[in-house]
Design a protein around this ligand. Structure first.
Ligand code: GTP
Ligand code: MG
Ligand code: ZN
Length: 297
């Protein structure tokens, strides 16, 4: 039978096949891709052999359409967050916890690299004072102007959840974001699942990483969400320094006019990107770009 992996903890996976969920192990002689820290991931399509009513064995993983990968800091291996994804919701918060713009820009860059559409969702807007509301509006304007979908919601107040619902229709969507931004809370409200969420540490206002494995939840049979454990930070696995300038989509037309084809917009003469910082290029995006280049150097 063919099934969809809805959760995997490494050796054990939950696989949904013909409307039933089977607890599956990997066939003993299964060959793992050597540089992956997790061989099976939520979103994988697999072939299973049924053992009994509840158990099965995974005998094959079908080729993945795409993978969203981050570098595992434990062993520098590839940690796959989700596979066969249509779009990524980058869940952010302006407060408790504060999502850094560099984090958002890394997520957008990686989504672009893996050819998956990124969408920014700011949750917890119930917590903002008028000044913060204005700051967030400014950020919204900037991202919208470079063609990125942006929405503001409050899971607590049920505000704009229908907008998210609409975005998710008939798609398989990966939720990513820092710990504590409210990924699981939103999913619980939208999919009527009932997973654990946690109170924030009152000292730091940061989340404590409540979700520990990626897991799929259904809104309906065609609209699926992959919840993922909160990222503390995000390091690229297979994205190289030279790739990054193409992952900032607003750079693409402008950088064609840099003097050097291989201009990295650092200290090269006649750099068109540098000339445009503050007008066509948002200075904060350029700062993110520089930080990423520095990290990859
Ligand atoms: N004020 C406010 N709190 C929220 C909102 N959404 C979620 N929270 C709270 O934020 C905390 C963290 O929520 P979770 O849903 O567990 O966060 P998460 O992103 O799944 O965290 P990890 O699983 O650790 O990655 C909980 O205490 C929620 O009640 C919101 O819109 N407003
Ligand atoms: Mg969670
Ligand atoms: Zn340049």
């Amino acid at each position: 039978m063919i099934g969809l992996v809805i959760k995997s903890t490494g050796k054990n996976s939950l696989v949904k096949a013909k409307n039933k969920v089977y607890k599956c192990t990997l066939r003993g002689n299964f060959r793992l891709e050597n540089n992956f820290s997790n061989p099976i991931v939520s979103g994988d399509l697999v072939k299973i052999e049924i053992v009994n009513n509840e158990n099965g064995i995974i005998t094959e993983i079908f080729e993945r359409e795409n993978l969203f990968i981050k570098k595992s800091l434990k062993d520098n291996k590839a940690h796959v967050v989700g596979s066969n994804i249509d779009q990524i919701l980058i869940i952010c918060s302006f407060k408790k916890p504060y999502t850094k713009l560099i984090f958002i820009d890394k997520c957008i860059s990686a989504a672009n690299f893996y050819n998956i559409k990124p969408i920014i969702v700011f949750n917890k807007i119930d917590l903002l004072n008028p000044e913060e509301v204005n700051k967030l509006k400014e950020i919204e304007k900037k991202y919208s102007s470079i063609g990125i979908n942006f929405c503001k919601i409050s899971a607590t107040d049920r505000f704009n959840l229908e907008v998210v619902n609409k975005l998710l229709k008939n798609k398989k969507t990966l939720f990513i974001g820092n710990s504590g931004v409210g990924k699981s809370t939103i999913i619980n409200l939208i999919s009527k699942s009932n997973q654990k969420i946690d109170s924030l540490s009152s000292k730091t206002g940061r989340g404590k990483q409540t979700t520990t494995f990626s897991e799929i939840f259904e809104i309906d049979s065609k609209s699926l969400i992959v919840d993922s454990p909160g990222f503390k930070d995000f390091y690229f696995y297979d994205i190289e320094k030279e790739d990054v300038k193409y992952l900032f989509k607003e750079f693409i037309e402008i950088q064609k006019n840099c003097k050097f084809n291989n201009c990295l917009h650092l200290n090269e003469p006649n750099c068109e990107i540098k000339k445009n910082i503050g007008n066509k290029i948002w200075s904060k995006r350029f700062s993110s770009y520089l930080s990423i280049i520095k990290e990859l150097s």
